[in-house]
Write a protein that binds this ligand. Sequence first.
Ligand SMILES: [Zn+2]
Length: 242
Amino acid sequence: MPHEPLWLPPDGQIWADIGHTLTSKGTVQAILIFGGVIGLSELIKPVSVPMDALWPREWPMAAQVVLGLVVAEFGLYWAHRVAHEWPPLWPYHAVHHSVKKLWIVNTGRFHFIDSLISIVLGSGVLFATGAPLEVIQWLSAITAFIGMLTHCNVEMRFGVLSWVFNTPELHRWHHSKDLSEGDKNYGENVMLWDWIFFSHYNQKRRPPLDIGIKEEMPPRFLQQLKYPFTAEIRWKNKDFSQ
Ligand SMILES: [Zn+2]
């Protein structure tokens, strides 16, 4: 039961989607492995108060994962919001928003620099406060699941779950070309920080079919990797006057 039958035909982006998924998720994995092996918290410790004693390691794992979701989401929320609202970062995130349809394959279509910023802000505070690697692994699994779910072209209804979690109906608004709808719902997993910072958005009507960005994104993977570094597109992208 597709949410949008017009999104079923191929969009010519499958290899670019897979290329970005491999490079961006590869970056994330490298940081997780690097962080786990050498201990990012050990590196951060000399420049911070002894924060690594802050994490409640004695709590049940489920409670630690819930705490981790809320804490990490603060970093993820601001990484995402700044990528939309600060012009120098938008071209990196525009690679994700340039898709004209949503389906499971473009879940991981992120420029690797965009992913790098999110993972550093999202998991940095967890490493710094001494969260065990197991919590971070749980969060990675939940983020992967919710990410795939929110990009699925499947008709589903979530009701009140959309008040708490990021869901396909919320994320379709986030992909709207209309910035009054698209610059909303920045939460990756939970919507807490969207409520606190007034960016939660949902409507009874159907989200737009015509999604994407106003500027032109080159069609090929390598061109898209280069796109944000192209000087002339900086500061000119997106209509920031809205
Ligand atoms: Zn976005």
